[in-house]
Design a protein around this ligand. Structure first.
Ligand code: SF4
Ligand code: SF4
Length: 258
């Protein structure tokens, strides 16, 4: 029996759903090999039912979204956040935990209250429900998405890279921008999977694939300080795609240096 799949979008740019939709050469197989019961960006007759797998894009920023993700989790066997926003919070979570959400909110919207829903500091999916895997990227890579999809619909466990993007950079025999060019590259603390796209074009990594597990943030910080970057600039860089993870990691650094 075909697996029932749902694809949902919360707060984000919709780039991950678009990445799937733009994979024209794979779409016929995608819609044939599984029963895609819900995918608002691609079809209109969507159903709310029990799911084998749900792929979730975007972070959670409102009370309505919080209730919705809990409801999806309750009727889903395997729940997979996809993209930087769903996995780590994305750019909209870069100030997570600074305690100044209200201040920032009022800077944009003034004292006006949003009446359609209650908003709060943007957070990744795993802040509200249990997640089973995570497909990182900003946006995700189609290759990685269809690899995870194929494994899951055939009852195999997907294995994603658990090492930093520096490894992919070295596979491509690139000159190290951090060491050789003194550029602030976040490759050592960023998870692999993008194929070192930026590094292949001599552009330092800004960390859009999210922090790698067990990232040695303290050492990267020390290295960048020694190279003359200010603590404020480094922490800002760490936080851009670090979201919830970087919130914990930079806490000590902020206390010590800023
Ligand atoms: S350029 Fe960046 S990603 Fe490549 S090896 Fe150096 S630090 Fe790592
Ligand atoms: S090299 Fe870094 S910034 Fe560029 S796509 Fe890969 S993870 Fe993202």
């Amino acid at each position: 029996m075909k697996k029932k799949i749902g694809i949902y979008g919360f707060t984000g740019c919709a780039g991950d759903q678009l990445t799937i939709i733009h994979s024209e050469d794979k779409l016929l197989t995608f819609f044939d090999k599984a029963e895609i019961v819900s995918f608002s960006m691609a079809k209109s007759n969507n159903k709310e039912c029990e799911l084998d797998i749900a792929f979730i894009e975007g972070s959670i920023t409102t009370e309505e979204q919080r209730k919705r993700i809990i409801e999806i989790r309750e009727r889903t066997n395997i729940l997979v956040p996809m993209g930087a926003c769903a996995c780590f919070g994305g750019i909209q979570s870069m100030k997570l935990g600074d305690g100044k959400y209200k201040e920032r909110y009022e800077k944009v919207y003034g004292k006006k209250k949003i009446t359609i829903d209650t908003t709060f500091e943007s957070q990744p999916i795993n802040a509200f429900v249990k997640v089973d895997f995570c497909i990182p990227g900003c946006p995700i890579s189609a290759r990685q998405f269809f690899s995870v999809f194929t494994k899951l619909i055939n009852d195999f466990r997907p294995v994603l890279y658990s090492f930093p993007v520096c490894t992919e950079c070295k596979w491509h025999e690139n000159l190290c921008l951090l060491i050789e060019k003194n550029l602030p590259c976040l490759g050592p603390i960023t998870r692999a999977g993008c194929g070192a796209i930026c590094l292949d074009h001599s552009i330092p990594c800004v960390g859009c694939w999210g922090p790698v597990d067990e990232a040695n943030v303290a050492y990267e910080f020390k290295l960048l300080i020694e190279q003359g970057f200010s603590p404020e600039a480094i922490i800002k860089k760490f936080r851009m795609f670090g979201g919830k993870v970087s919130q914990k990691l930079v806490k000590n650094l902020i206390g010590k240096y800023v």
